[in-house]
Design a protein around this ligand. Structure first.
Ligand SMILES: Cc1cc2nc3c(=O)[nH]c(=O)nc-3n(C[C@H](O)[C@H](O)[C@H](O)COP(=O)(O)OP(=O)(O)OC[C@H]3O[C@@H](n4cnc5c(N)ncnc54)[C@H](O)[C@@H]3O)c2cc1C
Length: 386
């Protein structure tokens, strides 16, 4: 039966994106994994197909499509099976640039957002620091206003697209909390730092999975950012983040859905083709029941993600649903990846197998964009009596 959320236009878009991503990744994505970054040409190709500004206004160069068009794109990115690709593209198109689109000045949008939508400038989002990740109130990078610019001092860690980005959207402390300390949610601001600015040092930070995402540690040593690079109001960074992180969680969930569809199909192909004890592996009851459970949970996850997207599209800010969707899909993806690898036995465990890549990539998503424990804390806050 047709989903109430997707139109025939969405279906046609899905087929078009699936074809494009299959063509672009064939034979190339494994090279990106080895080289640990995406090629410049890919950004241009995605932009030429109008895929980097789906949510953004036409005035900024976007296509202003509805949220479900983005859900289709994110699911199809997930469906490629390459976690590094999906992290890099979603950070660029839905995370870093989101803050520019929703709170950036017209000049800043023209300088950063429009070139990002055109695939000419790559964006990164630099929140996490060596000393603070889950707890953003502990961020210690500072941006001090001096005349017509900010001076940025600090280090960011685990920055996806970090090795290739042209600019970073960073969270920095613009006002120390009272008492002179550097902690707390107030006094944080978002601003853009050019990756080529003097004082920016980028060091690759190789990770277990998401290998093509170009993860890096970035140090800002007295880096000058023009005052016009401030996103929105000074000291209101936490407010923007609380809204933006909902989209980030929903995007993570949609990516996980697509990844699970792919993982399931690949597993079924393997179990159907593997002969064991005189019949196909898929004919044994134990794997059949495992897969039946997973496919049931995947369907439940899909309904949660699509319902959450629908709430967001109606103008609500469904914080709990976004959090549940991120928690449930990313943990389910880990269980599915683990079952898939187990069912593929020594074939799955070999270096270079799809099952091995899916396994290590799935693991990243329960940490990035906020670990599962933090998701559970947020959900529990809304429980009656909690
Ligand atoms: C592959 C990858 C890509 C990433 N990309 C980016 C990026 O592009 N930009 C960016 O800014 N950041 C990025 N991150 C960082 C990510 O957002 C942080 O890793 C995450 O927020 C957790 O912070 P932390 O690693 O400092 O862990 P910590 O905050 O130190 O937490 C460590 C562990 O403690 C546990 N824990 C944390 N809080 C609680 C709690 N309340 N209750 C119980 N247990 C808890 C969890 O198990 C958690 O994993 C990325 C991370 C990964 C793994």
């Amino acid at each position: 039966m047709r989903s109430p959320y997707f139109t025939a236009e969405h279906d046609a878009f899905r087929l078009q994106v699936r074809g494009l991503l299959a063509a672009e990744t064939a034979g190339a994505a494994d090279v990106w994994e080895r080289e640990r970054h995406l090629p410049r040409t890919l950004w241009k190709t995605l932009a030429d197909h109008e895929l980097l500004g789906l949510l953004y206004s036409r005035d900024d160069g976007g296509t202003d499509r509805d949220l479900f068009t983005s859900i289709v794109f994110l699911e199809e990115l997930g469906r490629t099976g390459y976690g590094g690709l999906r992290a890099a593209v979603s950070v660029h198109a839905y995370m870093a640039t989101h803050y520019l689109a929703t709170a950036g000045s017209p000049e800043l949008r023209a300088a950063c957002l429009t070139p990002a939508i055109r695939g000419e400038r790559v964006a990164a989002l630099a929140l996490t620091e060596p000393g603070a990740g889950s707890d953003l109130s502990g961020l210690s990078t500072t941006a001090s206003r001096e005349g017509d610019h900010y001076v940025v001092r600090g280090t960011k860690s685990m920055v996806s697209n970090g090795t290739t980005a042209d600019f970073h959207v960073i969270a920095a402390r613009t006002t120390p909390v009272s008492g002179g300390g550097h902690s707390g949610r107030t006094g944080l601001s978002l601003l853009v730092v050019d990756a080529a600015a003097p004082g920016v040092t980028v060091e690759p930070q190789p990770t277990l999975g998401w290998r093509a995402a170009g993860t890096a540690r970035v140090t800002y040593d007295e880096v000058h950012a023009p005052a016009g690079h401030l996103i929105g109001r000074q000291d209101s960074g936490f407010f923007y983040l609380m809204r933006g992180l909902q989209l980030e969680r929903l995007a993570a969930a949609a990516l996980a859905l697509g990844g699970m569809d792919r993982c399931l199909e690949q597993t079924l192909r393997f179990t159907g083709g593997r002969t064991i004890f005189d019949g196909p592996l898929s004919g044994l009851q134990a794997p059949r029941h495992k897969l039946a459970d997973l496919v049931t949970e995947l369907e439940a996850a899909r309904q949660l993600v699509h319902h959450t997207a629908w709430c967001l599209q109606q103008g609500a800010l469904p914080m709990t649903e976004c959090t549940m969707a991120k928690l449930y899909t990313t943990e389910l993806a880990c269980r599915m990846a683990d079952t898939s690898l187990q069912l593929q036995g020594s074939y799955g465990y070999q270096d270079g197998s799809e099952a091995a890549r899916v396994h290590r990539d799935a693991r990243a998503a329960t940490i990035a964009a906020g670990p599962s424990e933090v998701m559970r804390d947020i959900i529990a806050r809304d429980l009656p009596g909690a």
